[in-house]
Design a protein around this ligand. Structure first.
Ligand code: ATP
Length: 441
């Protein structure tokens, strides 16, 4: 039995992942099959609250191996790899979930909840990542699979539920979400930054939790939601001791979710045209120098198979913008990011500098091979001539300009990365040079 829920929170509070833990607690007469899933969908969806996350859980009667994946109100929660066949009345399950959604949703959210035995066609996962869907696009699919549904408001949450349920993980990661004691919700969080720094070094399979260059914690939200922190990593078994090593205020509960975060699943690599509100990998040749506009945003133009594309690196991406500053016409790059229609730009999340043009600076007019002295210009576009011996030449003397960038991949600092963006660490790479060491903004 699959249970999916989405669109319960708003910037004012609540969190759909917390609601998922409440559902797990409510349905404790069943076993969890696999980890609960936190699936990030199209980051370009205009009506998302923050990270466009959808929550999907599978319940059944567990068989085979079980793994510890959380603690809810002092009780250990396990998940099983497989389930026995079960027969349940989905409507009775929905009735048990409704009071939880009613309690844990914000009044301006549009919750959707789905309970079903089958899953939507896997194509809905890619549609949820690449396109902007309407309710009608998913309603017929939910009907086809015989799902029971519950909605509040316009029920847009059903879109996230459907697309999240359709995920068949290829690449995947984990996130251990720790929650605060309810009386602390909305107050400043208390934790020791240095214990997070140590955790980051001690557990190399974790990522996006600490920003070494800025010496900043990246895993603790600042919103009034119930989350204390989200600890991301590749190896589920590492997350429990890694979390235990963090010194913080008391935890109310914690749960490890399987996610598509840090996978680049939202990036389209095969396409015929560029459609706004979708994210792409594009290759092109730089055709302009970087231009900074008010607010600190930086832009360059590249020539691609789809014509001229303006690429943007925005102020929150801090030193990532310096990559743009160091590029010159002729450089060849690959950029990844969301294509926006108005203004028509690619919002760059990661850049691969493939090759660099040689930059030359003129240091003198041609030197006369006979007299060893600089020649004089004859006139505009008419070359040079040596006054004493009348030798002619067009070959000025140039020197190579040092390029403050090298080919390779570059990414924004942790705090400015998208949930879905694959960090260089997960690609087995490191940012090539600290070309920003001497510059601070
Ligand atoms: P948080 O990350 O804080 O949990 P959120 O960013 O997930 O919040 P939601 O409140 O869940 O924001 O709102 C996202 C809304 O967008 C949901 O209603 C979801 O169903 C819908 N949605 C998700 N993907 C798409 C898509 N591709 N097209 C149209 N709507 C979508």
């Amino acid at each position: 039995m699959i249970v999916a829920v989405d669109d319960t929170d708003s910037i004012r509070g609540n969190c759909t992942t917390f609601l998922a833990t409440e559902i797990i607690k409510e349905l404790s007469d069943f076993d969890l099959i696999g980890n609960p899933r936190l699936i990030r969908l199209n980051p370009a969806v205009p009506w998302k609250t923050r990270g466009n996350g959808s929550l999907v859980m599978e319940f059944g009667i567990g068989k085979g191996e079980k793994h510890l994946i959380g603690v809810i109100n002092g009780k250990e929660i396990f998940c099983f790899n497989e389930s026995e066949e079960i027969n349940v009345d989905f409507n009775s399950i929905i009735k048990r979930i409704i009071p939880l959604i009613e309690k844990y949703h914000e009044s301006d959210a549009n919750p959707g909840c789905v309970v079903s035995s089958g899953k939507p066609d896997p194509v809905f996962y890619k549609k949820g990542l690449y396109t902007i869907l309407r309710r009608s696009d998913v309603d017929s699919e939910l009907e086809r699979i015989g799902a029971s549904v519950f909605t509040i408001g316009n029920g847009m949450g059903l879109i996230g539920c459907t697309c999240g349920m359709a995920w068949i993980p290829k690449d995947s990661t984990y996130e251990l979400l720790a929650y605060r004691m309810p009386e602390k919700w909305g107050t400043p969080r208390s934790f020791e930054s240095q214990s997070i720094r140590k955790m980051d070094f001690d557990y190399p399979s974790t990522f996006n939790n600490w920003e070494e260059r800025e010496q900043k914690v990246a895993m603790v939200p600042s919103t009034p939601c119930p989350v204390l922190y989200g600890l991301r990593g590749d190896v589920m078994e590492d997350l429990i001791p890694a979390s235990e090593s963090i010194i913080s205020e008391e935890k109310y509960r914690w749960m490890i979710f399987l996610t598509n975060q840090g996978t680049d699943d939202h990036i389209r690599t095969e396409f015929d045209t560029l459609v706004p509100n979708s994210s792409y990998l594009l290759r092109g040749t730089v055709i302009s120098y970087a231009e900074r506009i008010r607010g600190g945003h930086s832009f360059i133009d590249i020539d691609t198979d789809f014509g001229k594309i303006t690429c943007g690196a925005y102020e929150p991406s801090k030193e990532f913008r310096y990559v743009f500053d160091h590029l010159i016409p002729g450089d060849v790059v690959e950029v990844m990011g969301e294509y926006r229609e108005d203004p028509s730009t690619l919002n760059v999340e990661k850049i691969h500098v493939i090759s660099l043009e040689k930059e030359k600076k003129k240091i003198s007019n041609p030197i006369c091979p006979n007299c060893g002295k600089p020649m004089h210009s004859v006139g505009k576009n008419q070359g040079y001539r040596c006054k004493p011996c009348h030798t002619k030449s067009n070959d000025c003397v140039y020197e190579d300009v040092f390029r403050w960038i090298v080919p390779g991949w570059y990414e924004p600092p942790t705090a400015a990365r998208r949930h879905l963006s694959k960090p260089l660490k997960r690609m087995g790479l490191e940012q090539l040079i600290e070309f920003v060491n001497c510059r601070n903004e």
